[in-house]
Every structure is written in C-alpha cells, then in structure tokens.
Design a protein around this ligand. Sequence first.
Ligand SMILES: [Zn+2]
Ligand SMILES: [Zn+2]
Length: 385
Amino acid sequence: MLAMNYRGPLRVRIDEKPMPKIEHPQDAIVRVTRSCICGSDLHLYNGSVPDTRVGMTFGHEFTGIVEEVGSEVTKIKVGDHVLVPFNIACGECVFCKQEMFGNCHESNPQATAVGGIFGYSHTAGGYNGGQAEYARVPYANVGPTVIPEGMDPDDAVLLTDVVPTGYQAAEMAGIQPGDTVAVFGAGPVGIMAARCAWLFGAGRVMIIDEIDYRLEFAKNYAQCEAYNFRDMGGDVVQWMKEQTDWLGADVCIDAVGAEAAGNAMQTITGRKLFLQAGSATALHWAINSVKKGGIISIVGVYGPTDNLVPIGNVLNKGLTIRANQASVKRLLPRLIEHVQNGVLNPKGLITHRIPLEEVSEGYRIFSQKLDNCIKPVLIPPSARM
Ligand SMILES: [Zn+2]
Ligand SMILES: [Zn+2]
C-alpha cells in the first residue's frame, strides 16, 4: 500500500509499505478515505519530537472504511465508514472509565502522561498513522465511530481532532456569559476554539497571531476580532490590558504550543529567534494578560518539559491553568449534533485537498504557510474514484 514515510527531519515521502495486519483480536483495519495533516504533525516533521523513528507513518486525523476486524470487535463491522479519534484508548483503565480518553493508561507503554496517539512517535506509543491507504486501529470497540448517515467525510475527518480540541479548549476555559476570551494562535485549532467560545456564551472573542491570511480567515470563520501581534507595539500584554479596562481578558486560550518553535527552527532570520522564544511566549502572554483569578486553557502541544513559564505570576494572580489532550470520544455525541444542526461547519476549515501521493508537497505547503493554507486533507487514490 502507499503510505507516508518519515525519512528524517523535513523529509517525508510516499512509499510502498506492507499492508497492516490484525495483531490483536480487538484490532480493525480501515481503508483510509481522508487523512489530514495537523499542525502538530509539523513538530514531528521538523524532528523536534523525541523518538520519532525513520520509517514511521504519521497521521492522527483520519476516516476510513472498515476492511477487516479482529474476533473480539463487536462495535463496528466490515463496510462501516468510521471516523477515528486521534486518541488510542483501551476503554477499560481508570482514566478511560472517567472518559479521559486522551490519558489512557494502557495504550502507550512508553509514558504515564499521554495515552497512545496514531502516528505520533514512539513517545505516544509508536503506532503508525493514517496518512496511508490503510491503517491498523487498535481497541476498535472504543475509538472508531460510525459516520452518521449524510455527514460529509470532510466534516467527519475534522471531528477526529480539530473540532474536539478546539471545543475542549473553550470548555476547559470555563467561559462565563459575557466573558472576554483571548485565543493565541490562529491555526485550525485556535480558529475552532474561537468559534466554540461563542457556544459557551463569550461576549467578546479575540484571536491573536502573526500571519495575516490566517487572521483574515479566522475573523470570517469564527466571527471574532483578529489581531496581529506585530501591530501591538511590541507589548501584547499592555495591548490586552488597554482592550479590557486594564483588567485583562477573562480567559486566555493557548492554541500555539511549541509548534511555533518547531517552525522557527527551520528559518534563519532574527525574526525566528523571537518566535523560538515564541512557543513559550504564547503561554507567557496568556499568563500575563489574563485577569486576576482568570483561567488559562492550554491545548497547544508542548513537550513534557518547557520553557521558563512565569509560574510566580500564576500564583500571585490566582490563576487556574487547565490543559489536556482532547478527549475526542467523550465529546463526539455533542459535536456530531452541532455539525448536523449546522452550528459548526468543520469542513469550512479545509483549504487544500491533496492526493496522498503528493504528501511531501502537502507538508511543504503547510509547514511553510504557502498558498494561504489553513488545513490540508490528503485523499488516497481509492477515495478519489
Ligand atoms: Zn491533529
Ligand atoms: Zn484506557
């Protein structure tokens, strides 16, 4: 089968790889119909996630048609068109029982923090991902969810990560009616978080980034205010205070994470030095520009240790920091309803539809922010018939 193949930092290509096989009675094999490239994949692509092994296939946002199931799989059957949450979760452990499907204790033997994630290095379990013609889906009774009748697969594929991650960012932020919400990062997840902030009753939503085309897109898509931090006279915190009667935003959402640093490492301009601090900078800004007693919600991806965070200010301002990988399966029923009712329009984020065979070009366009790219989706040959 064709599959994306990681060859080392900034080198991915399409290759012929062996078909995945059922390795456990609870596995399923799916024939992939859509597979997105995620902002967090760029972190792998840049070589900045530990233990990202040559030969791995990335891709944690995919849909597919069930080809084969193991003998213990009862919840899905051959022929079902399913969306596959990025979390790999056993469904049985103490964390899964609390619906913390992003923190499964069984699916990632390498760590006690994050659970297994498709295509996200051996630090997240070493599973191959869905940027391929076929993928093996472990614990197939837990994650994969049949795409409801009539739902566009382009909507469904974004329910595997972007929509739940953006939604959970807004949920964790504890938004109260009328709150001013500041979202740092106008990538797909930040844009979705801004959109979802309204669903929780926000009175004002601002999104902050440095890339004008993304800000323009965010403004239209999420119907929010959008600002370039390069226009803020060098002091985002001061700017935010001016916007908020000198109190600060009620909640800040960090949808940047270390991704900015990953991008920055590719460039050699002085600008990038600023951004390299910038991964931590988004969190600095969030901590320093949120109101006393406010909530910081983090969904940007950070490594286990980061980054000179001003923890003293967290204490002195009485802040609450909430953060997690989205628990996709927990959120799906509500989010599916929102899509079906037209409240959310996930596929509106997709700007690029790229044949799987051109995966390396997809990574190049997305990582270099070319061609006004917001969200690329890879489409395997069999899904283009
Ligand atoms: Zn993702
Ligand atoms: Zn579990």
